[in-house]
Design a protein around this ligand. Structure first.
Ligand SMILES: NC(=O)c1ccc[n+]([C@@H]2O[C@H](COP(=O)([O-])OP(=O)(O)OC[C@H]3O[C@@H](n4cnc5c(N)ncnc54)[C@H](O)[C@@H]3O)[C@@H](O)[C@H]2O)c1
Length: 396
């Protein structure tokens, strides 16, 4: 199939490589010229996709990237994989999805299968995408992406894929496309079910992470290790699923997607109380971390040197979107400490660069990438560990 993918970020490039690997002829369309140039020269910006893998697809003409929207014309399948962030009010910002739909409407004169993989609330495919693409009669399906960047066990091929279409013909064509590179397809009765499943999955994580974050604070006040309790509770073979406490949530999904569900809940007059409370608990975690650091370091950190280790939102990825490290650093600085950060995967961020991991008065470990040594972390006089991986350190 001739496949065009709108958006070449984490999701779009992952699908591009999956489809090219199945022998489809893939064009990755993106509005970012620097990214397109890098991709065409075989440079990947995604952890799970190597430069050599990308270069192989380019040299066998199975993949190319482009900023020219006319590449969409003539496609059999068009996948939308654009950002769905929150606006300044923390409400859904569907401007990228709408722009992609309008572009398809202008550019594509042949009937195609249009798939939305961007995460959004139920009704997006029908009311925001299909309703804007009326120049030609296309097929429309929703297949929300479940990629977990950096996860080496679960990828595009073996993660079951949900498919909901506006018509049976759309479902059939979407199954043919995804069946060529995904092991397990799950057809649901409508695109709305697929869309809702995705945001419910991430709301489930957000709420459980908030619960465990609150529990960690209760446990600490009781003088019990929350991690030991969770480990003990997880020995129950049914009815319990362990989550780990941490400095908050980050990335493009967990802090964002539940607010899409809260938005539609509000529209239909049902209060999404768990989502609201979970956001409050998770967003308050950096302040809790800093309170514990100040207490652990003797009551004041003014004038102390502090290294914050790991500023991406999770281990072994360079993604700093919504990272709780930002609030942790700002709050430590507000206490009058001199803060540097160390993260060689991220390199540069917020106009600052990664500092060498040498001993400071205080080390605060927000995220620990593979290869960061505990011994180097422990060269600081006081270590506060948000990851629960450093033996003997104070932490959450
Ligand atoms: N990152 C994840 O782990 C993940 C997982 C599952 C689902 N999702 C969802 O997938 C969607 C995309 O997320 P992402 O992480 O790939 O985002 P991203 O920011 O990494 O990539 C999005 C890309 O889209 C491009 N873009 C924006 N507007 C465009 C337009 N009109 N035309 C062409 N290109 C355009 C941007 O330049 C960017 O390169 C979001 O809805 C997100 O919630 C993300």
């Amino acid at each position: 199939m001739r496949v065009a993918i709108i958006g070449q970020g984490y999701v779009g490039l992952t699908i591009a490589v999956g489809a090219a690997g199945a022998g489809h002829s893939v064009t990755g369309f993106d509005v970012n010229p620097g990214l397109v140039e890098d991709l065409n020269s075989g440079k990947s910006h995604i952890e799970g996709i190597s430069d050599s893998q990308l270069a192989g697809f380019i040299s066998s003409s199975l993949f190319k990237a482009s900023v020219d929207p006319s590449v969409l014309e003539g496609s059999d399948v068009i996948v939308i994989a654009v950002p769905t962030p929150l606006d300044h009010d923390r409400s859904p910002d569907l401007s990228y999805v709408r722009a992609a739909a309008e572009l398809i409407n202008q550019q594509v004169k042949n009937p195609a299968l249009i798939i939305n993989e961007s995460t959004s609330y139920p009704g997006t495919l029908r009311n925001e995408i299909a309703a804007r693409i009326t120049a030609v009669e296309h097929l429309f399906a929703s297949s929300p992406e479940r990629v977990d960047p950096g996860n080496t066990q679960w990828g595009t091929k073996n993660t079951p894929r949900l498919i909901g279409g506006l018509t049976p013909a759309a479902v059939a064509k979407a199954k043919e496309f995804y069946g060529s590179f995904c092991d397990s397809l799950i057809e649901v009765s409508s695109p709305e079910v697929a869309e809702a499943a995705k945001i419910f999955e991430n709301t489930f994580r957000q709420v459980n992470i908030a619960l465990v974050n609150e529990f960690a604070q209760i446990s600490h006040a009781l003088g019990i290790s929350s991690r030991e309790v969770i480990e003990a509770a997880a020995t129950k073979p049914y009815g319990f699923m362990p989550f780990s406490p941490g400095p908050g949530v980050g990335g493009h999904c967990i802090p964002v997607d539940p607010s899409y569900l809260a938005h539609v809940a509000n529209e239909v007059g049902v209060p999404a109380t768990f989502i609201k409370r979970a956001n409050e608990v998770n967003l308050a975690m950096p302040a809790y971390v800093v309170k514990r650091v100040v207490a652990g370091a003797g009551g004041s950190i003014a004038g102390k040197t502090v290294v914050v280790i790991g500023v991406s939102y999770k281990a072994n990825v360079a993604d700093t979107r919504e990272t709780p490290a930002a609030a942790v650093i700002d709050l430590i600085r507000a206490q009058g400490a001199n803060v540097v950060w160390h993260d060689d995967l991220v390199g540069s961020w917020r106009g600052e660069t990664s500092a060498p991991l040498t001993g400071c008065d205080i080390a605060v470990v927000v995220t620990k990438h593979d290869g960061v040594s505990d011994a180097a972390i422990k060269s600081s006089k006081y270590v506060f560990d948000c990851t629960g991986t450093i033996a003997g350190a104070d932490g959450i």
